[in-house]
Design a protein around this ligand. Structure first.
Ligand code: ADP
Ligand code: NI
Length: 213
């Protein structure tokens, strides 16, 4: 199979697998990360085959999605072998999806350029209008409220609140989403993050205005 055919077959396989996914890692998340990573990869002149494959597979071994991440990882390897991916490419792809699925997403120095690009694309999907949507949808699925003025907001939560598991969708902006802009690895990622970050800040201003405190 040529590389384009491998990518398209992998996309079909992932789409089928994530059909009923309800934790914010549905197929359309993967599809957006795939397209964003591809576009950053073109600008950064990186290896597009590695990028596209890693973007498509990046959530398949996340322990939020699968019972046993090591079995899931074996399945991914089996898939890559079956598709005829060369062993060197396979190693690069597997290493990226391991670091990205790992809590915290691995740090920049442990990621190849291709890995940094997929990580940027994944993070970009957590900010901006889509990021806001995913945040409220995740909070709802966990039974968190959208906002609780009793909790210390506009700052990171206190240790005590954190331990007590008190949080809200709006809190997640301060815990994570507003920090992602400065964590971008690539120049193209940074540029894309600017607008999305500004949109979230505008959203919060309007949110608190309507909340009326
Ligand atoms: P990733 O796609 O990097 O694995 P996560 O699994 O941490 O990211 O999160 C998936 C989506 O759910 C993201 O958009 C993230 O911002 C959102 N999310 C994760 N944790 C929370 C939370 N505590 N409150 C609200 N949204 C969250
Ligand atoms: Ni993801």
């Amino acid at each position: 199979m040529d590389k384009r055919a491998i990518i398209l077959e992998t996309a079909d396989m992932v789409k089928e697998k994530l059909k009923n996914e309800g934790t914010g890692h549905d197929w359309y998340h993967i599809k957006r990360v795939w397209k964003t990573a591809q576009s950053i990869g073109e600008q950064e002149k990186a290896n597009l085959f590695i990028i596209e494959m890693a973007a498509l597979l990046h959530d398949l071994i996340d322990d939020k999605l699968v019972k046993d991440a090591s079995i899931a990882a074996e399945e991914v390897e089996y898939w890559l072998e079956g598709a005829g991916v060369h062993s060197k490419d396979m190693e690069s792809i597997i290493s990226i999806i391991h670091s990205i699925s790992f809590k915290g997403g691995g740090n920049r120095s442990s990621l190849s350029l291709e890995g940094q690009i997929v990580q940027d694309a994944d993070r970009l999907d957590a900010i901006g209008a889509i990021g806001i949507g995913r945040c409220f949808s995740y909070a709802g699925s966990k039974g968190h409220v959208m906002f609780d003025p009793e909790l210390s907001v506009r700052e990171q939560m206190t240790e005590k609140e954190y331990r007590e598991g008190k949080t809200s969708a709006i809190h997640h902006f301060y815990e994570k989403l507003l920090k992602l802009k400065d964590l971008m690895n690539t120049e193209s990622g940074k540029q894309l993050a600017e607008d999305r970050h500004a949109f979230m800040e505008d959203f919060l201003v309007q949110f608190f205005e309507e909340w009326g405190e």
